[in-house]
Design a protein around this ligand. Sequence first.
Ligand code: NAD
Length: 297
Amino acid sequence: MSTIGFIGLGQMGSPMALNLIKGGHSLRVFDINTSAVEALVEQGATAASSPADAALDAEFVVTMLPNGTLVKNVLFGESGIVESLDKNALLIDMSTIHPFETDALIKQMSDRGFSMMEAPVGRTSDHAVKGELLILAGGTKAQIERAQPLFDCMGSETVDAGGAGKGIRVKIINNYMSIALNALSAEAATLSEAIGLEFETALEVMSGTPAGKGHFTTTWPGKVLAGDLSPAFMVDLAHKDLGIALDLANQVNVPVPCGAASRELYSITRAAGRGRQDWTSVFEQLRVTSGLEAKIK
Ligand code: NAD
Protein backbone atom coordinates (compact mmCIF):
# COMPACT_ATOMS: atom_id res chain seq x y z
CA MET A 1 0.00 0.00 0.00
CA SER A 2 1.31 3.44 -0.88
CA THR A 3 1.43 6.95 0.49
CA ILE A 4 -0.30 9.20 -2.02
CA GLY A 5 -0.53 12.97 -2.21
CA PHE A 6 -3.84 13.94 -3.84
CA ILE A 7 -4.53 17.48 -5.03
CA GLY A 8 -7.92 18.63 -6.35
CA LEU A 9 -10.90 17.25 -4.44
CA GLY A 10 -13.77 18.31 -6.68
CA GLN A 11 -16.60 16.35 -8.22
CA MET A 12 -14.13 13.86 -9.67
CA GLY A 13 -11.17 14.09 -7.31
CA SER A 14 -13.10 13.50 -4.07
CA PRO A 15 -14.59 10.12 -5.02
CA MET A 16 -11.31 9.09 -6.69
CA ALA A 17 -9.39 9.91 -3.50
CA LEU A 18 -12.01 8.07 -1.42
CA ASN A 19 -11.63 4.96 -3.58
CA LEU A 20 -7.86 5.07 -3.04
CA ILE A 21 -8.46 5.19 0.74
CA LYS A 22 -10.90 2.26 0.42
CA GLY A 23 -8.15 0.44 -1.51
CA GLY A 24 -5.95 0.68 1.59
CA HIS A 25 -3.69 3.58 0.55
CA SER A 26 -2.62 6.45 2.85
CA LEU A 27 -3.71 9.80 1.46
CA ARG A 28 -2.41 13.30 2.11
CA VAL A 29 -4.97 15.59 0.49
CA PHE A 30 -4.96 19.24 -0.52
CA ASP A 31 -7.59 21.53 -2.03
CA ILE A 32 -8.16 25.28 -1.70
CA ASN A 33 -11.70 24.32 -0.65
CA THR A 34 -11.20 23.36 2.99
CA SER A 35 -14.62 21.68 3.33
CA ALA A 36 -13.62 19.21 0.59
CA VAL A 37 -10.44 18.45 2.56
CA GLU A 38 -12.40 18.03 5.81
CA ALA A 39 -14.82 15.58 4.15
CA LEU A 40 -11.88 13.38 3.06
CA VAL A 41 -10.21 13.66 6.48
CA GLU A 42 -13.43 12.24 7.98
CA GLN A 43 -12.92 9.28 5.66
CA GLY A 44 -9.37 8.69 6.86
CA ALA A 45 -7.16 11.05 4.81
CA THR A 46 -4.57 13.39 6.30
CA ALA A 47 -5.03 17.11 5.57
CA ALA A 48 -2.11 18.84 3.84
CA SER A 49 -1.55 22.58 4.10
CA SER A 50 -0.15 23.04 0.56
CA PRO A 51 0.71 21.04 -2.57
CA ALA A 52 4.29 20.71 -1.23
CA ASP A 53 2.92 19.37 2.06
CA ALA A 54 0.72 16.84 0.22
CA ALA A 55 3.76 15.61 -1.75
CA LEU A 56 5.92 15.15 1.37
CA ASP A 57 7.07 11.51 1.67
CA ALA A 58 4.60 10.48 -1.06
CA GLU A 59 5.36 7.64 -3.47
CA PHE A 60 2.71 8.99 -5.83
CA VAL A 61 1.16 12.42 -6.25
CA VAL A 62 -2.13 12.69 -8.15
CA THR A 63 -3.45 16.00 -9.51
CA MET A 64 -7.11 16.33 -10.56
CA LEU A 65 -7.63 20.00 -11.41
CA PRO A 66 -9.78 22.07 -13.77
CA ASN A 67 -7.06 23.36 -16.12
CA GLY A 68 -3.40 23.34 -17.13
CA THR A 69 -2.51 26.66 -15.50
CA LEU A 70 -3.61 25.29 -12.12
CA VAL A 71 -1.65 22.07 -12.66
CA LYS A 72 1.43 24.17 -13.48
CA ASN A 73 0.86 26.32 -10.37
CA VAL A 74 0.53 23.38 -7.98
CA LEU A 75 3.69 21.87 -9.46
CA PHE A 76 5.98 24.89 -9.71
CA GLY A 77 4.21 27.75 -7.88
CA GLU A 78 4.60 28.86 -4.26
CA SER A 79 4.69 25.81 -1.94
CA GLY A 80 4.42 23.71 -5.09
CA ILE A 81 4.83 19.96 -5.35
CA VAL A 82 8.44 20.08 -6.64
CA GLU A 83 9.57 21.70 -3.38
CA SER A 84 9.16 18.41 -1.54
CA LEU A 85 8.64 15.70 -4.17
CA ASP A 86 10.98 12.72 -3.87
CA LYS A 87 12.94 12.03 -7.06
CA ASN A 88 11.71 8.41 -6.89
CA ALA A 89 8.04 9.40 -6.66
CA LEU A 90 5.65 9.32 -9.63
CA LEU A 91 3.52 12.36 -10.43
CA ILE A 92 0.26 11.46 -12.20
CA ASP A 93 -1.80 14.28 -13.68
CA MET A 94 -5.35 13.01 -14.19
CA SER A 95 -6.84 16.39 -15.16
CA THR A 96 -8.16 17.13 -18.64
CA ILE A 97 -5.84 19.83 -19.97
CA HIS A 98 -4.32 20.96 -23.29
CA PRO A 99 -2.02 18.21 -24.64
CA PHE A 100 0.77 20.70 -25.46
CA GLU A 101 0.64 21.83 -21.80
CA THR A 102 0.97 18.20 -20.76
CA ASP A 103 4.01 17.80 -23.06
CA ALA A 104 5.63 20.93 -21.58
CA LEU A 105 4.94 19.92 -17.97
CA ILE A 106 6.34 16.40 -18.49
CA LYS A 107 9.47 17.91 -20.07
CA GLN A 108 9.94 20.48 -17.28
CA MET A 109 9.53 17.76 -14.66
CA SER A 110 11.90 15.44 -16.48
CA ASP A 111 14.49 18.26 -16.84
CA ARG A 112 14.41 18.58 -13.02
CA GLY A 113 14.81 14.84 -12.58
CA PHE A 114 11.18 14.01 -11.69
CA SER A 115 8.99 11.26 -13.14
CA MET A 116 5.61 12.40 -14.47
CA MET A 117 2.89 10.75 -16.53
CA GLU A 118 -0.66 11.74 -17.45
CA ALA A 119 -3.77 9.64 -16.96
CA PRO A 120 -6.93 11.60 -17.79
CA VAL A 121 -10.19 9.78 -17.28
CA GLY A 122 -13.22 9.00 -19.39
CA ARG A 123 -16.84 8.67 -18.18
CA THR A 124 -18.54 10.73 -15.45
CA SER A 125 -18.56 11.55 -11.73
CA ASP A 126 -21.05 8.66 -11.20
CA HIS A 127 -18.37 6.31 -12.51
CA ALA A 128 -15.79 8.04 -10.29
CA VAL A 129 -17.97 7.22 -7.26
CA LYS A 130 -18.27 3.57 -8.31
CA GLY A 131 -14.57 3.25 -9.18
CA GLU A 132 -15.47 2.57 -12.79
CA LEU A 133 -13.57 5.28 -14.64
CA LEU A 134 -11.86 4.67 -17.97
CA ILE A 135 -8.17 5.49 -17.37
CA LEU A 136 -6.35 6.77 -20.45
CA ALA A 137 -2.75 6.25 -19.45
CA GLY A 138 0.04 8.19 -21.17
CA GLY A 139 3.49 7.20 -20.00
CA THR A 140 6.16 4.56 -20.25
CA LYS A 141 5.19 0.92 -19.74
CA ALA A 142 7.08 1.00 -16.43
CA GLN A 143 5.20 4.10 -15.21
CA ILE A 144 1.82 2.58 -16.14
CA GLU A 145 2.69 -0.72 -14.47
CA ARG A 146 3.73 1.13 -11.33
CA ALA A 147 0.53 3.21 -11.25
CA GLN A 148 -1.78 0.27 -12.09
CA PRO A 149 -2.75 -0.54 -8.46
CA LEU A 150 -3.94 3.07 -8.08
CA PHE A 151 -5.79 2.97 -11.41
CA ASP A 152 -7.49 -0.27 -10.31
CA CYS A 153 -8.94 1.55 -7.27
CA MET A 154 -10.29 4.44 -9.35
CA GLY A 155 -11.27 2.76 -12.61
CA SER A 156 -12.48 -0.45 -14.18
CA GLU A 157 -10.44 -0.20 -17.39
CA THR A 158 -7.00 1.15 -18.23
CA VAL A 159 -5.93 1.90 -21.80
CA ASP A 160 -2.20 2.16 -22.51
CA ALA A 161 -2.41 5.03 -25.01
CA GLY A 162 1.11 4.39 -26.34
CA GLY A 163 3.46 6.79 -24.59
CA ALA A 164 3.83 10.14 -22.84
CA GLY A 165 1.23 12.68 -23.98
CA LYS A 166 -0.86 10.09 -25.85
CA GLY A 167 -3.37 9.62 -23.00
CA ILE A 168 -4.39 13.27 -23.01
CA ARG A 169 -4.46 13.26 -26.83
CA VAL A 170 -6.93 10.38 -27.02
CA LYS A 171 -8.98 11.97 -24.22
CA ILE A 172 -9.30 15.27 -26.11
CA ILE A 173 -10.08 13.59 -29.45
CA ASN A 174 -12.72 11.41 -27.78
CA ASN A 175 -14.29 14.44 -26.11
CA TYR A 176 -14.09 16.48 -29.32
CA MET A 177 -16.04 13.86 -31.20
CA SER A 178 -18.63 13.08 -28.55
CA ILE A 179 -19.20 16.74 -27.66
CA ALA A 180 -19.62 17.78 -31.32
CA LEU A 181 -21.84 14.75 -31.95
CA ASN A 182 -24.05 15.81 -29.05
CA ALA A 183 -24.68 19.14 -30.84
CA LEU A 184 -25.29 17.41 -34.20
CA SER A 185 -27.69 15.00 -32.45
CA ALA A 186 -29.58 17.97 -30.98
CA GLU A 187 -29.90 19.44 -34.50
CA ALA A 188 -31.23 16.16 -35.91
CA ALA A 189 -33.72 15.63 -33.06
CA THR A 190 -34.96 19.24 -33.25
CA LEU A 191 -35.36 19.06 -37.02
CA SER A 192 -37.27 15.75 -36.64
CA GLU A 193 -39.72 17.37 -34.22
CA ALA A 194 -40.11 20.51 -36.34
CA ILE A 195 -41.11 18.50 -39.43
CA GLY A 196 -43.53 16.27 -37.52
CA LEU A 197 -41.45 13.10 -37.25
CA GLU A 198 -41.68 11.14 -33.99
CA PHE A 199 -38.37 11.01 -32.14
CA GLU A 200 -38.95 7.30 -31.44
CA THR A 201 -39.02 6.58 -35.19
CA ALA A 202 -35.80 8.52 -35.76
CA LEU A 203 -34.23 6.68 -32.83
CA GLU A 204 -35.28 3.27 -34.14
CA VAL A 205 -33.91 3.91 -37.63
CA MET A 206 -30.69 5.65 -36.58
CA SER A 207 -29.79 3.04 -33.97
CA GLY A 208 -29.02 0.74 -36.90
CA THR A 209 -27.28 3.18 -39.27
CA PRO A 210 -23.97 5.12 -39.29
CA ALA A 211 -25.99 8.13 -38.03
CA GLY A 212 -26.39 6.45 -34.66
CA LYS A 213 -23.45 4.06 -34.68
CA GLY A 214 -20.78 6.44 -35.95
CA HIS A 215 -18.59 6.01 -39.03
CA PHE A 216 -15.34 4.70 -37.52
CA THR A 217 -16.77 1.21 -37.10
CA THR A 218 -19.33 1.11 -39.93
CA THR A 219 -18.56 2.86 -43.23
CA TRP A 220 -14.83 3.55 -42.82
CA PRO A 221 -13.22 0.12 -42.31
CA GLY A 222 -14.21 -1.29 -45.73
CA LYS A 223 -13.65 1.95 -47.62
CA VAL A 224 -11.36 4.87 -46.78
CA LEU A 225 -9.41 2.94 -44.11
CA ALA A 226 -8.92 0.10 -46.61
CA GLY A 227 -7.74 2.52 -49.33
CA ASP A 228 -10.86 1.90 -51.43
CA LEU A 229 -12.78 5.00 -52.53
CA SER A 230 -14.97 3.26 -55.12
CA PRO A 231 -18.46 4.49 -54.28
CA ALA A 232 -20.79 2.55 -52.01
CA PHE A 233 -22.49 5.93 -51.54
CA MET A 234 -21.21 8.82 -53.68
CA VAL A 235 -20.00 12.18 -52.35
CA ASP A 236 -22.28 13.91 -54.92
CA LEU A 237 -25.33 12.13 -53.52
CA ALA A 238 -24.35 12.78 -49.90
CA HIS A 239 -23.92 16.47 -50.79
CA LYS A 240 -27.36 16.51 -52.44
CA ASP A 241 -29.10 14.82 -49.46
CA LEU A 242 -27.39 17.07 -46.96
CA GLY A 243 -28.54 20.06 -49.04
CA ILE A 244 -32.16 18.85 -48.90
CA ALA A 245 -31.95 18.57 -45.09
CA LEU A 246 -30.42 22.06 -44.83
CA ASP A 247 -33.16 23.53 -47.08
CA LEU A 248 -35.80 21.83 -44.95
CA ALA A 249 -34.26 23.15 -41.74
CA ASN A 250 -34.16 26.65 -43.23
CA GLN A 251 -37.85 26.42 -44.19
CA VAL A 252 -38.94 25.44 -40.66
CA ASN A 253 -36.53 27.88 -38.91
CA VAL A 254 -34.33 25.27 -37.26
CA PRO A 255 -30.70 26.44 -37.02
CA VAL A 256 -28.35 23.63 -38.04
CA PRO A 257 -24.80 25.02 -37.68
CA CYS A 258 -23.08 21.61 -37.52
CA GLY A 259 -24.84 20.38 -40.66
CA ALA A 260 -24.16 23.64 -42.49
CA ALA A 261 -20.47 23.51 -41.61
CA SER A 262 -20.18 19.89 -42.70
CA ARG A 263 -21.61 20.74 -46.13
CA GLU A 264 -18.53 22.89 -46.72
CA LEU A 265 -16.35 19.80 -46.35
CA TYR A 266 -18.46 17.93 -48.91
CA SER A 267 -18.20 20.97 -51.26
CA ILE A 268 -14.42 21.06 -50.85
CA THR A 269 -14.29 17.31 -51.53
CA ARG A 270 -16.36 17.71 -54.72
CA ALA A 271 -14.27 20.67 -55.84
CA ALA A 272 -11.20 18.46 -55.51
CA GLY A 273 -12.70 16.12 -58.11
CA ARG A 274 -13.93 13.50 -55.67
CA GLY A 275 -17.69 13.86 -56.37
CA ARG A 276 -17.99 10.32 -57.71
CA GLN A 277 -15.87 8.78 -54.94
CA ASP A 278 -17.25 7.11 -51.82
CA TRP A 279 -18.52 9.57 -49.18
CA THR A 280 -15.81 8.38 -46.77
CA SER A 281 -13.33 10.23 -49.01
CA VAL A 282 -14.14 13.39 -46.99
CA PHE A 283 -11.57 11.98 -44.54
CA GLU A 284 -8.83 11.60 -47.15
CA GLN A 285 -9.66 15.07 -48.56
CA LEU A 286 -9.53 16.72 -45.14
CA ARG A 287 -6.17 15.03 -44.47
CA VAL A 288 -4.77 16.39 -47.75
CA THR A 289 -6.28 19.86 -47.16
CA SER A 290 -4.58 19.83 -43.74
CA GLY A 291 -1.17 19.25 -45.31
CA LEU A 292 -0.92 15.56 -44.45
CA GLU A 293 0.51 13.25 -47.08
CA ALA A 294 -2.11 11.59 -49.32
CA LYS A 295 -2.54 7.90 -48.50
CA ILE A 296 -4.84 6.88 -51.36
CA LYS A 297 -3.62 7.50 -54.91
P1 NAD B 1 -14.29 20.47 -10.00
O1 NAD B 1 -14.38 21.89 -10.40
O2 NAD B 1 -15.48 19.80 -9.37
O3 NAD B 1 -13.06 20.26 -9.00
C1 NAD B 1 -11.84 20.91 -9.12
C2 NAD B 1 -11.25 21.01 -7.72
O4 NAD B 1 -9.95 21.62 -7.83
C3 NAD B 1 -12.08 21.88 -6.79
O5 NAD B 1 -12.31 21.20 -5.58
C4 NAD B 1 -11.20 23.11 -6.58
O6 NAD B 1 -11.34 23.71 -5.29
C5 NAD B 1 -9.82 22.49 -6.74
N1 NAD B 1 -8.78 23.48 -7.02
C6 NAD B 1 -8.83 24.53 -7.88
N2 NAD B 1 -7.65 25.22 -7.82
C7 NAD B 1 -6.87 24.57 -6.93
C8 NAD B 1 -5.56 24.77 -6.46
N3 NAD B 1 -4.82 25.79 -6.90
N4 NAD B 1 -5.06 23.93 -5.53
C9 NAD B 1 -5.81 22.90 -5.08
N5 NAD B 1 -7.06 22.63 -5.50
C10 NAD B 1 -7.58 23.47 -6.40
O7 NAD B 1 -13.85 19.67 -11.32
P2 NAD B 1 -14.01 18.09 -11.60
O8 NAD B 1 -15.33 17.82 -12.22
O9 NAD B 1 -13.57 17.33 -10.40
O10 NAD B 1 -12.92 17.94 -12.77
C11 NAD B 1 -11.54 17.79 -12.53
C12 NAD B 1 -10.88 17.43 -13.83
O11 NAD B 1 -11.45 16.21 -14.33
C13 NAD B 1 -11.09 18.47 -14.94
O12 NAD B 1 -9.88 18.62 -15.66
C14 NAD B 1 -12.20 17.87 -15.77
O13 NAD B 1 -12.18 18.32 -17.11
C15 NAD B 1 -11.89 16.39 -15.65
N6 NAD B 1 -13.03 15.48 -15.89
C16 NAD B 1 -14.26 15.77 -15.37
C17 NAD B 1 -15.31 14.87 -15.59
C18 NAD B 1 -16.68 15.13 -15.01
O14 NAD B 1 -17.63 14.40 -15.36
N7 NAD B 1 -16.85 16.07 -14.10
C19 NAD B 1 -15.11 13.69 -16.33
C20 NAD B 1 -13.83 13.43 -16.83
C21 NAD B 1 -12.80 14.32 -16.59
